[in-house]
Design a protein around this ligand. Structure first.
Ligand code: GDP
Length: 488
C-alpha cells in the first residue's frame, strides 16, 4: 500500500488536512503501531483505493529550530511514496520551505506543494507567489473552508495502484493521449462557423521545457532579441525588390555583419532603433529576369526563406486583384509560426477611395493571418516605409514578450468566471493554470485534468481574451493543453 506524508512547518494546517482526508472518505481508522513514536499512521480511503497516511502533525511540537523539523520531516518523507508539502498561503514563500521542498523533490517521489488557507477568491492571487518553487504540482486549498480539495484528492487517487482498490469500480474512461494536437488560434470571422479551423499536425514540445521548472521559459539571448530576421515574401512583381531597396535606404546604415555572427552574403542588414534588421535571402528577391508563373518554384523558395526568418512581410499588390498564389504564399507563414505584417504595396496607384473594401478583402482572403496588422505603403514613393520599420520593431517586441504566470492566470481566471468550461460527456474539465513556456513565438501551456476535453470553441474564447488583455498584434499565440504532472 502506498504511503502519504504530510510535511510542513508548524501551523500550516497539516493535522487538519490529515483529518480531512480521513473524514472525507469514511476512513477505516485502524490504528497501526508506528515505528516512530511521533508519526501517527492511519489507513485511509481515497475514493475506492486504500492508502496509508503518515501524520507528521506532531513532528514540529517542541521543535523551535527549523533544522530539527527538517530532519524529522526527511525521516518521514523517506518512508513515504507521496509527499504533500504544505505551506501557509497567508504568508510569503519562505526560503527554508523552498530548500526543504527541493530536498524532498530530490528523493524522486511524488511531491506536491499544497498551499493551504486559500480561503476565498482574492486569496488565490497569493498562489502565484508559490510558483517560484518551480513545480507545476501546486494545489491551492483551504482545509478550514473546504475549498478546492477535490483536485488534490484526484491527483493522489491517480497515483494509487489499482490493486489497492477495495471494491471493483466501474471501468473509468482512460486518458488516451496526454497531448492534444496543438491547435493554432485561428478565429473565424463567423463565431459559429467551424470552417477554416486550422488544426496543425502534432508539434513536438519537449516536456521538460514545460515541466522542468514552471517558470523557466526558453529565454533568448538579448543579442537575439535585437536581431530580427525578416523574409520579404510575395509573388513576382508585387514590389519586393523595390521594398527591399526602400527599407535599405541610404540614410540608414547598412551593415554587413552582426556582432558574433557572420551574415550570409545573400542576406542584407540595416540598423534601426538599436536593432539589426536582416532581410534574408535577398539574392532571390533581387534576381533579374524574373520567372513568372512557376508556382512551385515560388513556393519552394518562400519556404526556404521562412525557415531562416522570425518575421514575414507578406507583400501584396494593392493596385491589382489578389490571386490564389498570394494566398498560397501567405499560407506558408503560419506553418512556421512567424511574426507577420501584411504589406499592401503600390498604394500610390491603388483605388484609395475603397480602402475599407480592400482591407475587408484582405481579411476575408487571408483569414489565417488574422493576427497580422495591415499597412498600406508605396515602395516607389517611400510612403509609410518608415512606419513599416517602426512596426517591425514593435511586433518583434510582441513576438518576444514574456507574460508572467500571475498575469496570465488573472486573465484566465477572469475568463473562466465569465464562461464556465463546458464538461465533456459529463466529465468535469478543469484548467488548473496556464504558463508561458516559450517566447518567439509565445507558447502557452494550459495545465488540465483532461487535455482532450478542451473544446476548440473554448480555446478560441480564451485566445480572444488573451489577445484583449495583452498585445499580441502580429504574433501567433500557441496553446498546448497538457495533463497535470504528465511531464514526469
Ligand atoms: P518583385 O518581383 O516583387 O521584386 O517586384 P519589383 O520590386 O521588381 O517591382 C515590380 C514592378 O512594380 C516594378 O516595375 C516596380 O517599379 C513596380 N513597383 C514596385 N513598388 C511599387 C509601388 O509602390 N508603386 C508603384 N506604382 N509601382 C511599384
Amino acid at each position: 500500500m502506498k504511503k502519504i506524508a504530510i510535511i510542513g512547518q508548524p501551523n500550516v494546517g497539516k493535522s487538519s488536512l490529515f483529518n480531512r482526508l480521513l473524514k472525507k472518505r469514511d476512513a477505516i481508522t485502524s490504528e497501526q503501531a508506528g515505528t516512530t513514536r511521533d508519526v501517527k499512521r492511519r489507513i485511509a480511503q481515497i475514493l475506492d483505493k486504500q492508502v496509508e497516511l503518515l501524520d507528521t502533525g506532531g513532528l514540529d511540537k517542541g521543535c523551535e529550530l527549523f533544522d530539527k523539523i527538517k530532519e524529522k520531516s526527511l525521516e518521514a518523507a523517506n518512508k513515504a511514496d507521496i509527499i504533500l508539502y504544505m505551506v501557509d498561503g497567508k504568508t510569503l514563500p519562505d526560503e527554508n520551505d523552498k530548500k526543504l521542498f527541493y530536498q524532498l523533490e530530490s528523493l524522486n517521489k511524488d511531491v506536491a506543494l499544497v498551499v493551504n488557507k486559500i480561503d476565498n477568491d482574492s486569496q488565490k492571487e497569493k498562489l502565484w507567489d508559490y510558483y517560484e518553487f518551480g513545480t507545476d504540482l501546486i494545489f491551492g486549498i483551504s482545509v478550514a473552508h473546504n475549498r478546492s480539495i477535490n483536485p488534490l484528492i484526484e491527483w493522489i487517487y491517480d497515483l494509487l495502484p489499482d490493486e489497492d482498490k477495495i471494491i471493483e469500480a466501474d471501468e473509468t474512461d482512460e486518458e488516451e493521449d496526454e497531448f492534444e494536437p496543438s491547435v493554432y488560434d485561428y478565429v473565424p470571422e463567423d463565431e459559429e462557423s467551424e470552417e477554416g479551423y486550422v488544426d496543425f499536425d502534432e508539434e513536438e514540445v519537449d516536456d521538460d521545457s514545460i515541466f522542468g521548472m514552471n517558470d523557466m521559459i526558453k529565454e533568448f539571448d538579448p543579442e537575439d532579441l535585437n536581431h530580427i530576421k525578416i523574409a520579404i515574401i510575395g509573388r513576382v512583381n508585387v514590389g519586393k525588390s523595390s521594398l527591399l531597396n526602400a527599407l535599405l535606404k541610404e540614410d540608414r546604415s547598412v551593415v554587413s555583419d552582426v556582432a558574433g555572427t557572420t551574415i550570409d552574403p545573400i542576406d542584407e542588414s540595416v540598423d534601426y532603433q538599436g536593432k539589426t534588421l536582416t532581410f534574408v535571402d535577398t539574392a532571390g528577391i533581387r534576381r533579374r529576369g524574373k520567372i513568372e508563373g512557376i508556382e512551385r518554384f515560388a513556393l519552394m523558395r518562400t519556404e526556404q526563406m521562412l525557415e531562416s526568418a522570425n518575421m514575414a512581410l507578406v507583400v501584396l499588390d494593392a493596385s491589382n486583384p489578389f490571386i490564389d498564389l498570394d494566398e498560397k504564399i501567405a499560407g506558408l507563414v503560419d506553418k512556421n509560426f512567424l511574426a507577420c505584417i501584411i504589406v499592401l504595396n503600390k498604394w500610390d496607384i491603388a483605388d484609395r477611395e475603397n480602402y475599407d473594401k480592400i482591407i475587408q478583402e484582405v481579411r476575408d482572403r487571408f483569414k489565417f493571418l488574422h493576427y497580422a496588422p495591415i499597412i498600406t505603403i508605396s515602395a516607389k514613393s517611400h510612403l509609410r516605409v518608415n512606419k513599416l520599420l517602426d512596426m517591425i520593431v514593435e511586433i518583434n517586441e510582441n513576438f518576444s514578450q514574456r507574460i508572467s504566470t500571475s498575469e496570465l492566470n488573472e486573465v484566465l481566471n477572469r475568463a473562466m468566471r465569465r464562461h464556465q468550461l463546458p464538461s465533456m460527456h459529463g466529465q468535469i474539465i478543469r484548467i488548473y493554470y496556464a504558463t508561458q513556456y516559450e517566447t518567439r513565438p509565445p507558447r502557452i501551456a494550459l495545465i488540465m485534468n483532461k487535455p482532450k476535453g478542451l473544446h476548440f470553441t473554448y480555446r478560441r474564447y480564451l485566445t480572444n481574451k488573451l489577445r484583449e488583455a495583452f498585445d499580441f498584434s502580429g504574433v501567433p499565440v500557441l496553446f498546448k493543453a497538457k495533463k497535470r504532472g504528465g511531464g514526469k
